[in-house]
Design a protein around this ligand. Structure first.
Ligand SMILES: *Cc1c(COP(=O)(O)O)cnc(C)c1O
Length: 495
């Protein structure tokens, strides 16, 4: 069955998967959603022993129906071969009776690699299929991890260049150094004087700026996005929830068909939305536990039905979740309401007044949040109980899951937590959580301590990162982003 994609906001033009991947965002500012979510027979024994790449193909072929088998298999092969430091790509680790789905074994040590190593290949293939002979400009705002993963995924990919915008004071030191040392002849990194929401809004407004788009196209370029608003990001993320589930069956932790809970530390709502898609495909999921940090806009939403971004914004130890506008929630609103006008109305209200209230059934989700203190305690307690060390984002997930269990009494359902980053990536806070008296401030020393606690080597991905040369030094005010992008693509002739 062919699947097509329409906007969440009213434009009913159906796009093929490859077209939606190329466009990134719909004309009317909405996000692309599949007209129906395909089903998969989760009781099929075939899936249980499949390796990651094979399973990825089984999922992708259901959604990206205009790509040929050969195209998809080649994309998957190019994406996942030799890029992960674990032979299973996504190991599932049991600690304290919880299953940690380790999504951080790629080049940048965070889960964004799972999709961003595949997206460039999907995009390049899409360009060829659609006879696009323009150069693709990937414009992406990052709360820290997307940026580096996009840079790694797209570096030196022919016919594509990448511009990454990150909030100057809103990412961790290590995240920043990862981006500033990025090599590649087609990459540009910019520090923005604002927070993530400012950067993301600027990117969205560039995508919606018809005049700029026209000018750029006339010069032989088109914009696309590597943010999780692109369906080419979302769909690859479905795969690992299924992979995790089948892994539990294989290891006799659950029976085929048994319900599980899935807990996802959440920011932009992309990762947990992929879990929701997995559920709609037939994965037996009891609750999707949406875990927020101190920026608990989603916790409030799931508990009251009111979304309100008008609130104080906090910088936390889980910076990749410091977000007040969770873009992908728009897709959930569409799926729950199956009503484009309603979704459009919510989003207009969000744009105008910063809030909206829904009358939708949100009961498939459970919203919880962890304070900064909860997060630190979670890291310490899990370590002392089991020896397993999680990063700050995953710790938010663990803390929220514990709260869910205590409040709801649901102690028997097996639970998968999306472990979204390696503890090395947030070594400073992880080390401080485990040993509050540890005073060493230099990151290489923190990495060293962590590696001795974990009794393993520092991952190659970041070992020695401070000895690498800084290659980028752009800083830009919010109001100048458009001009900067315009200039960096079209140079001085572009004005
Ligand atoms: C991006 C990110 C998140 C949040 O994921 P969303 O898809 O934005 O909800 C959580 N943890 C880490 C480490 C991340 O990089």
């Amino acid at each position: 069955m062919k699947i097509s994609y329409i906007s969440t906001r009213g434009d009913n033009t159906p796009y093929l998967a490859s077209e939606a991947v190329l466009k990134g965002i719909a004309h009317d500012g909405g996000l692309f959603v599949p007209t129906n979510i395909p089903k998969m027979d989760m009781s099929s024994l075939n899936f249980i022993n499949m390796d990651y790449k094979k399973l990825a193909y089984e999922v992708l072929k259901l959604y990206m129906t205009d790509y040929s088998e050969q195209e998809l298999k080649r994309c998957i092969e190019d994406a996942y071969t030799g890029k992960f430091d674990n032979e299973n790509i996504v190991p599932v680790i049991k600690a304290d009776d919880v299953f940690f789905l380790e999504l951080f074994h790629g080049k940048t040590l965070a889960f964004k690699d799972m999709a961003l190593c595949l997206l460039p290949h999907l995009l390049k293939t899409a360009a060829v299929k659609n006879n696009i002979n323009k150069k693709i400009i990937i414009l992406t705002a990052t709360s820290g991890d997307t940026g580096k993963a996009a840079l790694e995924g797209f570096k030196d990919v022919e016919g594509v260049s990448v511009i990454v915008l990150y909030p100057k004071n809103g990412v961790s030191k290590l995240q920043e150094i990862q981006m500033l040392t990025q090599e590649g002849n087609n990459v540009c990194v910019v520090a923005v004087e604002g927070n993530f929401d400012d950067a993301q809004s600027a990117v969205k407004s560039i995508f919606n700026d018809n005049e700029l788009n026209k000018k750029v196209e006339e010069n032989g370029y088109i914009f696309s996005s590597a943010n999780s608003i692109n369906i080419g990001r979302l769909i690859p993320q479905i795969v690992y929830y299924l992979f995790g589930y089948f892994n539990l069956i294989k290891n006799n932790e659950i029976k085929s068909g048994e319900e599980i809970n899935i807990t996802v530390p959440t920011g932009n709502f992309g990762n947990i939305l992929a879990a929701y898609y997995a559920k709609k495909m037939g994965l037996p999921v009891k609750k999707l536990i949406c875990a927020s940090n101190k920026n608990k806009v989603l916790y409030d939403f799931f508990n009251t039905g009111s979304y309100d971004k008008n609130r104080e914004f906090y910088l936390t130890s889980s910076p990749s979740m410091d977000i007040l506008i969770s873009s992908n929630l728009e897709r959930l609103l569409y799926h729950l309401s199956e009503d484009q006008n309603k979704t459009k109305y919510y989003m207009e209200s969000l744009n105008k007044s910063g809030n909206y209230k829904v009358d939708l059934d949100l009961s498939e989700f459970y919203g919880e949040y962890a304070s900064e203190e909860d997060t630190m305690i979670a890291i310490k307690q899990l370590y002392e109980k089991t020896g397993y060390i999680v990063d700050t984002h995953t710790a938010v997930g663990y803390s929220c899951y514990e709260k869910y269990k205590n409040k709801m009494g649901d102690i028997n359902t097996k639970n998968i937590i999306a472990a979204t980053a390696s503890p090395y990536k947030f070594a400073k806070d992880v080390v401080r959580a485990i040993d509050p008296f540890y005073e060493e401030n230099e990151i290489p020393k923190q990495l060293g301590l962590l590696s001795s606690l974990k009794k393993e080597d520092i991952p190659d991905q970041i070992n020695g990162i401070y000895d690498r040369p800084i290659l980028h030094n752009n800083i830009c005010a919010i109001e100048d982003i458009k001009k900067f992008v315009d200039n960096s693509i079209l140079g001085n002739n572009g004005n």
